[in-house]
Design a protein around this ligand. Structure first.
Ligand SMILES: N[C@@H](CCC(=O)N[C@@H](CS)C(=O)NCC(=O)O)C(=O)O
Length: 215
């Protein structure tokens, strides 16, 4: 068993899906969190100058949220049984990441973090918020239909087993839903799945014990 250290800020953000996979799998990892004011010291130790990063056996530092999520999903059996299943899991995950990526860009811009300083747009955060909402309006109806394709959408995206894409739905929509629940009310099957994931015994156990942060 390799030893794992996950590097990310002290927030849920892009790393929460990775923490959730470890916890649902019952696997050990070191959850290395830092504050925004420590980032300048840490940035150069991260291979692509961004986080999350997964360090394996104290040696290899592997970047990119989705690459890490897929690696962990394959390790712990949350990625599907065959190539076709993995294809479906992957496109659902990628759709969800479009939302997450746009949301995180807007979220950091709004709080004034990681700005390049080169923008001459006075309402950059507003523009990013509009782009995030447009992505939601494009992606969510498609995911609502995708969910419905299996058992009418009454279980998980892949049927009776919770997979990485279901956990991703929970983690990636958590902050956006806290900010504006009404935007998601037109997707009743996705919202029911969100609650189903939260109520899964392994997930609810994790949600009870996890560190309480505001993002
Ligand atoms: N493509 C990367 C993007 C990661 C990313 O932008 N992470 C942000 C935190 S949510 C970051 O490290 N920002 C630091 C910076 O831009 O200096 C991924 O998907 O993991």
């Amino acid at each position: 068993m390799p030893s794992y250290t996950l590097y990310y800020f002290n927030g849920r953000g892009r790393a929460e899906i990775l923490r959730m996979i470890f916890n649902v799998a019952g696997a050990q990892f070191t959850d290395k969190r830092f504050e925004f004011n420590e980032w300048d010291k840490i940035r150069n130790d991260m291979p692509s100058s961004s986080v999350p990063v997964l360090e394996i056996d104290g040696k290899d530092k592997m970047p990119e949220t989705m690459a890490i999520a897929r690696y962990l999903a394959r390790e712990y059996g949350f990625h599907g049984k065959n190539n076709m299943d993995m294809f479906r899991v992957d496109y659902i995950c990628d759709c969800l990441y479009e939302i997450m990526h746009d949301y995180m860009r807007y979220f950091h811009e709004k709080s004034g973090r990681f700005r390049s300083g080169s923008s001459d747009k006075s309402d950059m955060a507003g523009e990013m918020q509009r782009s995030f909402m447009e992505t939601c309006r494009r992606v969510l109806p498609f995911l609502e239909k995708t969910l419905e394709m299996r058992n009418g959408g009454s279980q998980f995206f892949m049927g009776d087993q919770m997979m990485v894409c279901d956990m991703m739905l929970y983690c990636f929509l958590e902050n956006p839903m806290m900010e504006n629940q009404t935007m998601f009310n037109s997707y009743p099957k996705l919202m029911a799945l969100w609650k189903r994931v939260a109520g899964h015994p392994k997930v609810s156990g994790y949600l009870k014990k996890r560190s309480n942060t505001n993002w």
